[in-house]
Design a protein around this ligand. Structure first.
Ligand code: AMP
Length: 190
């Protein structure tokens, strides 16, 4: 079982790199952002509960996020591993994930953190806004999402650093060369 966390600020390239990782390593993709967007589109009860948070660029409360994560993992029990994209975003989420994976004897093997500075992140999201149609890619929401990242989500980095699992790589450059660096880390962790 190969469980990997792909970490980074909004616009770091997590979605792009996840697709390539999945194709190469045949892992199940677990993006909490994608799952939430699916609930929003289908206007489910959960979608209605999380809409305000997501549209405003705020983190969804942990109990709701952990709930969808557990469901998605249970729906993929045959997976040979997961790539966690956009989860965990708080230390509490990281702790729950560890508890779940430790219970099943399949702990996180490595955490790849894409290092991208704030100016690059803003420019990339600005570009994505032209095509994504995402309400939370609007300028005022982007500022809040980036703030949420620097206030809450970065605290997850020392959590994994203490476990010796954190691998930071430069997230600026050609998609292929970033992917080569990610692949080397995954191959070494396997
Ligand atoms: P993303 O596509 O990963 O940028 O996620 C889009 C939005 O979904 C975020 O801005 C949050 O509002 C929400 N979200 C996604 N994943 C999480 C998470 N792990 N914890 C809290 N909120 C999340």
């Amino acid at each position: 079982m190969l469980n990997i966390v792909l970490f980074g600020p909004p616009g770091a390239g997590k979605g792009t790199q996840s697709e390539k990782i999945i194709a190469k390593y045949k892992l199940a993709h677990l993006s909490t952002g994608d799952i939430f967007r699916d609930h929003l589109a289908r206007q489910t009860d959960l979608g209605k509960k999380v809409k305000e948070y997501i549209d405003n660029g705020l983190l969804v409360p942990d109990e709701l996020t952990v709930g969808i994560l557990k469901d998605a993992m249970l729906a993929n029990t045959g997976a040979t591993g997961f790539i966690f994209d956009g989860f965990p975003r708080t230390v509490a989420q990281a702790e729950v994930l560890d508890q779940m994976l430790t219970a099943s004897g399949t702990p996180i093997k490595t955490v790849v953190a894409l290092d991208v500075n704030e100016d690059v992140v803003r420019t990339r999201i600005e570009e994505r806004r032209k095509v994504s149609g995402r309400a939370d890619d609007e300028e005022s929401k982007v500022v809040r999402r980036i703030d949420e990242y620097y206030q809450k989500t970065v605290q997850v980095l020392p959590y994994y650093e203490k476990q010796g699992k954190l691998k930071k790589i430069n997230g600026v450059g050609a998609v292929e060369s970033i992917f080569d660096n990610i692949s080397s880390i995954i191959d070494a962790a396997k």
